[in-house]
Design a protein around this ligand. Structure first.
Ligand SMILES: *[C@@H]1O[C@H](CO)[C@@H](O)[C@H](O)[C@H]1NC(C)=O
Ligand SMILES: *[C@@H]1O[C@H](CO)[C@@H](O)[C@H](O)[C@H]1NC(C)=O
Length: 259
């Protein structure tokens, strides 16, 4: 266990700095407030196609149910995968075309404080999502984690937990819109094995959206982002959701413009 010591020291050092973490939602637990809702049938959307039209859904599929220590396979999911994480953010194809490319999306998510895995350390399981684009369930294309402050680097996130997202591109031949579908969530620190915090799906989404709509830039490229909030695409609650963590069913549709 000795090699773990510097790691733990870093963790507690980070936890001793309350301000930036509180400010950015660290340890914030907004109680879930059930609301009256209905889920509407899919209709024509501009900038993306509703995955439900062709049998997809706004929940991804995770191969393992992470219930704590150690990771526990959930046998039910191998036969009938039903639990996953909400796809709670969409980047519409009405965005700047560069953002719809792999490279441009990376530039954009770096501008809003996310980056790829810390030092290539990949501890998450690959999730799959069916975006209704004819590809069926496909593995995530991107997993990115939030820097608390860009200059601190992703490693901070890896040590103390925080915000991350998985992303899939809607580019199967049946609905090749190029839109990005994201599942954002906020985790506990790594000593808790990356469990999603209570209300972590809503918090993760809201932090990402807040960062996006504040305007951003990275390496001299600047962006403004509009958001449209949508109810009625995803049922609120915890049905089908990993860890039985309720989410409010709201999906943020982002349109990113280069300025
Ligand atoms: C953007 O998405 C719409 C569906 O809402 C689709 O009809 C259109 O072809 C897409 N545009 C591009 C450039 O892929
Ligand atoms: C779909 O998009 C992903 C992510 O950009 C890419 O890796 C994949 O090759 C694309 N698939 C096709 C058929 O273009």
């Amino acid at each position: 266990m000795l090699p773990a010591l510097p790691f733990l020291a870093l963790v507690s050092a980070a936890q001793a700095i309350p301000f930036p973490f509180k400010f950015l939602g660290w340890n914030t637990q907004i109680p879930f407030q059930p609301s009256v809702f209905s889920v509407y049938p899919p209709k024509d959307e501009s900038g993306w196609v509703d995955p439900r039209v062709l049998g997809g859904q706004f929940i991804d599929v995770s191969p393992l149910l992470r219930t704590g220590l150690p990771l526990t396979p959930n046998p039910a999911q191998f036969t009938t995968p039903r639990y996953g994480e909400p796809l709670n953010v969409i980047i519409s194809n009405l965005s700047d075309p560069f953002v719809l490319t792999d490279e441009g999306f990376r530039w954009y998510y770096k501008s809003i404080g996310f980056s790829e895995e810390c030092l290539g350390l990949h501890y998450g399981h690959v999730h799959k999502a069916d975006l209704g684009d004819g590809d069926g369930r496909k593995s995530e294309h991107i997993l990115a984690r939030q820097h608390y402050f860009p200059r601190w680097g992703t490693c901070w996130e890896t040590l103390i937990g925080g915000n991350h997202f998985r992303a899939w591109k809607q580019n199967g031949t049946d609905a090749s819109t190029g839109a990005w579908f994201l599942g954002a969530s906020k985790e506990q620190d790594s000593t808790r094995h990356h469990m999603i915090v209570p209300n972590g799906y809503n918090i993760g989404r809201d932090l990402l959206v807040q960062s996006a709509i504040s305007g951003s830039s990275w390496k001299g490229m600047s962006w403004v982002t509009d958001v449209e909030w949508r109810d009625g695409l995803l049922e609120p609650g915890f049905k089908g959701i990993n860890h039985a963590i309720a989410q409010d069913g709201r999906i943020a549709i982002l349109t990113v413009h280069r300025v």
